[in-house]
Design a protein around this ligand. Structure first.
Ligand code: SF4
Length: 91
């Protein structure tokens, strides 16, 4: 990650440990009616992985969300300005 993509003022508060991220993801699975299929989830994460707005490898700079958490929900979308990158790929 290049240094220009690091927000020094909030660095400590936005970087979560892998354990915390895993805990968040596990919580999403308490209500399967609210989450997307594995295929859609993986497609969304692949798109985020190639997006210049992904910070620290975890966080969407537009929503401030951990993408591995946000991408789980049917009700959530990609907030990329000008249109959802997820929708471009049908997910
Ligand atoms: S703008 Fe969309 S594709 Fe990019 S990191 Fe955020 S949710 Fe992912």
């Amino acid at each position: 990650m290049s240094e220009k993509n690091i927000c020094k003022s909030c660095l400590d508060s936005v970087i979560l440990t892998e354990d915390v991220i895993q805990e968040l993801i596990m919580e999403t699975e308490e209500d399967l009616s609210k989450i997307v299929s594995v295929d859609v989830y993986e497609a969304r994460l692949k798109i985020c992985g190639g997006c210049p707005s992904l910070l620290y490898g975890t966080t969407c700079s537009y929503s401030g969300s951990i993408v591995r958490y946000r991408a789980k929900f049917k009700s959530k979308s990609c907030p990329y300005p000008g249109g959802s990158k997820w929708l471009e790929f049908g997910c």
